[in-house]
Every structure is written in structure tokens, then in C-alpha cells.
Design a protein around this ligand. Structure first.
Ligand code: SF4
Ligand code: SF4
Length: 391
């Protein structure tokens, strides 16, 4: 998007404020400049040279979670996500706070196997540096290279093979949560699907897009297009809705062409169609990029009902993971966490189910590892756990 195109999009805003209703940073930060309309106004004034770009302006723009709750709320159809992403690109030269991420992340994401080992050591030198910059750092488990070379996982009986699923592993499952990939392979195999994990997959580029680094993300998009277009498949699936949103929708909206990737929840409901009798109450946390970005809301609830899991509690706000890039906090983090705790506690659910590896980290930090599950683990338990009991 050129500056003129961005300005044209910003001029469409009639300042009605409708987009603020669902915005979590506006709700908890309680400032106009921390809501979507305020952010658009900051960008407009910078482009019309009424406001000088600064660290303070950048902090307001980068405090946006890119959750998508404001998308689709605009009465005149401003493309909120595109504008908020382009605003980040516009401000990168004035944003010192996240400079270290911009330097380090492209290098690390291009060498993910190596980087997963570096993360282990980073807690001694890189993480303290990031914390001194006022940035939050996620405690990741030790990295693994189990799936770094990819692989082919056929169903036990090739005669009953129904199709082939290409898995876009993504950084978190492929290098830090391989158990989620194993769960997907087992579920697919028992249902008659071969799983292929291609070698050469790149990061989807989402962290770089969030930092305003669209050119580095474009290189990753090109690599992924080349790798995934090569395979014959029935479905391309990912366990992370942020990856699905980026590969399918953001690639298309920014660069004109996306990959036909399904989020695992869509795939499980529509292709695997599991049934089960787990018989528990669960709180379902909607990942923002599934709910607002992909429009996946009914699907996980249908799926959980089929597994006899009663979904209790109100669907809440963002888990707060994107605040890692935020810097100043304005009480947003505490507000989000308090609300999430209250929602889960009042639901009476023992387990918290979601369908995003990133949300899992954040929720595990709040509620403990032993209460938080990915939906694929529930499906695996329903299908394979039932089989084990019958033996
Ligand atoms: S994307 Fe989310 S955090 Fe950002 S302005 Fe929109 S609603 Fe607010
Ligand atoms: S809803 Fe649309 S027109 Fe209204 S303030 Fe937000 S961006 Fe502007």
C-alpha cells in the first residue's frame, strides 16, 4: 500500500467510534489513543504532517493486539487490519523500543532449528536485554528438532487411505510443542489420512508483519508458496489460527495471493467428523485470529458438543499474548488477565480448551499447564482413548 492509498483509506473514516466497542486495548487502556479510531487518527495526522512521528505515537500503534475485533465493525468498511499493519510499517524508523526484535527475529525465523536451540541459551543473555527494554518475554520450553526435516506419515492400512493432508507445522508446534503435531498425525492416520510435513517450510511471517517488517515477511511468503504449491493434497492444515490467517488471508490482502489453508478446527469438524464421549465441562477460549480473522466461532463448539464436552462460560477477549510487542502497558495486561480469570473461575470448568499454540502458552501461565489443552488433544483422546478402553 502506498502512502497515498493509506491516506485515502484513512480519509474514509467518519469518526463515528463504532469500531471502539469491542476493542480490548480501548476497554482496559481507557484512552482514545488506545482504540482503533484513535490509532487511525494518529496515522492520519502523521501522514498529513500535523503530527511528528515519535516513539509515543509508535507505542500507541504497536499496543494494538491486531486481534481483529474492530474489523467488520466499521460502518463505512475501512479495512482496519490493513491500515493498522501499514501503520506499523510507516513507523518502524521512529520506533526504537522494538528495534531489537526487528534485528533479531528475521535472522532467527530464517533459521528456526538453530534458533530453537538458541532460545534455550537466550534466557541468560537475550531475554534480560529484552526485559530491560520493557518488553515481555515468553518462557518457552526447550526447543526440539523432531520435525525440522519434515516427514511422511501414512495410515496403518494403506488400502483404507482416504486422502492426503499437508501439515503447515508453524514455528510453535514444529519446534516447541511437537506433541500437538503427533496428536494430529494420530487422529489423521486413524481416520485414514496420510500426513505430509514438507521440508523447507518457512515461518508464516506473522511476527514480522506485526513488527511492520513486510519486506522480510514477503520473502517468507514466497518461500511458503513455492513449497506448498508443489504438493498434491486434499487439505493443507495448520494447528495455529494465526498461521492460517496469515497464509490464507493476509498473504492475499497484502500480496494478492494466499494459500488454501484450513485451521485445524475447520478441518476436524468438516473432514474428520469425530464423535466421542468425554463427558466433561470445558471453558473454550476463542483465539482472536480464529474468531475475528477466520470467522471460526461455531465450529469449535460443534466439535466439542460431538465429543460430549459441555462448553461453559462466556467467550472472552484476547489472551494478551501480542502484548509481548507492546512495551508500555497502560493497565491493559492486568485488565485482560483479571477478566479472563474471572470468566474461567465463574464458568466452573476444570479444563480450558483452545485451538492456538500461542494462546496455550499464555493461558498456561495464568492457569497452569495441567488445565490447558489444544482441541486436537481432545479429539485424540475421544478417538484413541475410546479405542484403548475397548481393548
Ligand atoms: S485490532 Fe484489536 S486491539 Fe487493535 S484496534 Fe482493533 S480491536 Fe483494538
Ligand atoms: S467505525 Fe469506521 S468510520 Fe467509525 S470511527 Fe471506526 S474506522 Fe472510523
Amino acid at each position: 500500500m502506498t502512502k497515498e492509498e493509506l491516506l485515502k483509506e484513512l480519509r474514509r473514516c467518519i469518526l463515528c467510534g463504532g469500531c471502539k466497542i469491542e476493542c480490548p486495548t480501548y476497554l482496559f487502556g481507557a484512552r482514545e489513543s488506545l482504540g482503533p479510531r484513535g490509532r487511525l487518527r494518529i496515522l492520519y495526522r502523521i501522514l498529513t504532517e500535523e503530527l511528528r512521528p515519535s516513539q509515543a505515537a509508535s507505542d500507541r500503534i504497536f499496543s494494538c493486539l491486531l486481534c481483529g475485533a474492530c474489523s467488520g465493525q466499521c460502518s463505512v468498511g475501512v479495512d482496519m487490519e490493513r491500515v493498522l499493519v501499514e501503520g506499523r510499517r510507516l513507523l518502524t524508523d521512529y520506533d526504537d523500543r522494538r528495534r531489537i526484535y526487528r534485528r533479531v527475529l528475521p535472522f532467527m525465523l530464517r533459521r528456526r532449528g538453530f534458533s530453537s536451540s538458541v532460545v534455550r541459551l537466550s534466557r541468560f543473555f537475550l531475554f534480560p536485554l529484552l526485559r530491560r527494554k520493557g518488553l515481555e518475554v515468553l518462557e518457552l520450553p526447550p526447543g526440539t528438532e523432531q520435525f525440522s526435516r519434515g516427514g511422511v506419515y501414512p495410515p496403518p492400512d494403506p488400502m483404507t487411505r482416504k486422502g492426503r493432508v499437508i501439515l503447515y507445522g508453524g514455528c510453535a508446534p514444529r519446534f516447541f510443542q511437537p506433541h500437538l503435531i503427533y496428536s494430529l498425525i494420530r487422529v489423521c492416520n486413524i481416520s485414514g489420512y496420510e500426513v505430509v510435513i514438507p521440508e523447507g517450510e518457512a515461518c508464516c511471517g506473522s511476527p514480522l508483519i506485526a513488527l511492520g517488517g513486510l519486506s522480510e515477511a514477503e520473502a517468507m511468503m514466497r518461500k511458503n508458496m513455492k513449497v506448498f504449491e508443489r504438493f498434491e493434497h486434499d487439505s493443507i492444515v495448520t494447528l495455529c489460527p494465526t498461521c492460517a490467517l496469515t497464509l490464507r488471508e493476509r498473504y492475499r490482502s497484502i500480496w494478492g495471493k494466499g494459500l488454501p489453508v484450513q485451521d485445524s478446527v475447520e478441518f476436524l469438524r468438516d473432514v474428520i467428523k469425530p464423535e466421542g464421549n468425554i463427558g466433561v465441562k470445558g471453558y473454550y477460549h476463542d483465539p482472536c485470529h480464529a474468531r475475528y480473522g477466520l470467522g471460526v466461532y461455531k465450529e469449535p463448539r460443534d466439535l466439542l458438543r460431538r465429543l460430549s464436552i459441555e462448553v461453559v462460560g462466556e467467550p472472552g477477549d484476547c489472551c494478551g499474548l501480542p502484548l509481548m510487542l507492546s512495551g508500555p502497558d497502560w493497565g491493559i495486561r492486568e485488565g485482560l488477565f483479571k477478566k479472563k480469570r474471572a470468566e474461567v473461575d465463574s464458568s466452573g470448568a476444570g479444563m480450558i480448551i483452545t485451538a492456538c499454540p500461542g494462546c496455550m502458552y499464555q493461558l498456561s501461565g495464568l492457569f497452569g499447564d495441567d488445565r490447558v489443552y489444544h482441541l486436537i488433544e481432545m479429539v485424540e483422546e475421544a478417538i484413541l482413548g475410546a479405542g484403548e478402553e475397548e481393548k
